[in-house]
Design a protein around this ligand. Structure first.
Ligand SMILES: Nc1nc2c(ncn2[C@@H]2O[C@H](COP(=O)(O)OP(=O)(O)OP(=O)(O)O)[C@@H](O)[C@H]2O)c(=O)[nH]1
Ligand SMILES: [Mg+2]
Length: 298
């Protein structure tokens, strides 16, 4: 019997949702960083095995307070994506402390009535003796179909998780050809790679106010792709930081992004980056749409 369906990955910001998805499919599609609110859109990836096909949906971290229109958009993406779930993977930190943010997520999940697997992530960071207590604490929060402890980063116990997901999925067809890995276009992934390098290189409040737009993406030949992209920031002061002394910061972001994009495309890449200021774009419905965060597409 072939199984198939959607496994939606949810949880608070920064718990490792995107890292988990990348390691489950064995390829880096979603960007990751140690900053909260790295993921901004729903990202679909596909895992096909002999037993079934799991379509993973990575989502932005669920927030308690959204703060601005971008924050509202992120919540809409996460909550909206839940509707498509056949199974929900709720990722949490390896701790027996259950905060208000997680209680709120529990309420949401209970109200969907969908089967939920609790995934305790980052188990590489805690002593093994703590695990039993963590499981006991979480098992009181709601009725889980299963609780699986993993380390997404080190790919520990992911086979077990895949087995549990397949068990809960309904019988169904192969929705996608086996070679399909994601719904993201090269253009989208390139733009996200640039944002990832900016997130990782920049400090403090600057990264959260950044968006990346691909202005042009041209295959010049079979071995060369030319890309022009703009890094949008919220204030002139931020623009100066993104450019850095003598252009050093922008050069670092560009060099690192180019390397990853070349690897993804399998061609040389000529990458030109521009930095623009768009005041308070995170609170403008119109800017959000132009930068790839379109409510109407949800
Ligand atoms: N030690 C350890 N770190 C991890 C593990 N999984 C993820 N991380 C780290 O946790 C941080 C956040 O990872 P992401 O995958 O970006 O988290 P996310 O939940 O997708 O975050 P948002 O998209 O912002 O909601 C990164 O620095 C990861 O390297 C893990 O199993 N062990
Ligand atoms: Mg993420």
């Amino acid at each position: 019997m072939f199984k198939s369906g959607y496994a939606v990955i949810v949880g608070r910001p920064n718990v490792g949702k995107s890292t988990l998805m990348n390691h489950l499919i064995g390829q880096k599609i979603a960007i990751t960083s140690r900053r909260a609110q790295t993921t901004r859109n729903r990202i679909e990836t596909v895992l096909t095995t002999d037993e079934g096909q799991i379509i993973f949906l990575d989502t932005p971290g669920m927030l308690r307070k959204t703060g601005n229109k971008l924050g509202e958009y992120l919540m809409d993406v996460s909550v909206g994506t839940l509707k498509d779930a056949d199974v929900v993977l709720w990722l949490v930190e390896p701790s027996d402390y259950i905060g208000a943010g997680d209680r709120q997520i529990a309420e949401r999940l209970i109200s969907t009535g969908k089967p939920v697997i609790l995934v305790v992530n980052k188990t590489d960071t805690v002593d093994k003796s703590k695990i039993a207590g963590i499981i006991t604490a979480w098992s009181k929060v709601m009725d889980f179909s299963d609780i699986v402890c993993v380390s997404a980063l080190r790919s520990v116990n992911l086979d077990e998780l895949i087995r549990e997901i397949l068990e809960l999925l309904p019988e169904g067809p192969k929705y996608y050809d086996e070679e399909v890995v994601t719904d993201q276009t090269m253009r989208q992934i390139a733009s996200e790679i640039i944002r990832e390098k900016a997130l990782r290189a920049l400090n403090e409040e600057v990264p959260h106010g950044i968006a990346v737009v691909i202005d042009s993406f041209k295959e010049r030949s079979e071995t060369l792709t030319a890309i022009e992209a703009s890094i949008i920031c919220e204030r002139a002061g931020h623009k100066a930081i993104v450019i850095g002394k003598g252009g050093a910061m922008l050069k670092k972001i560009g060099t690192e992004a180019r390397r990853d994009i070349e690897e993804m495309l399998g061609t040389k890449v000529f990458l030109q980056l521009f930095v623009k200021v768009r005041k308070n774009w995170r609170d403008s419905e119109n800017d959000l749409k132009n930068f790839g965060y379109d409510r109407k597409k949800l």
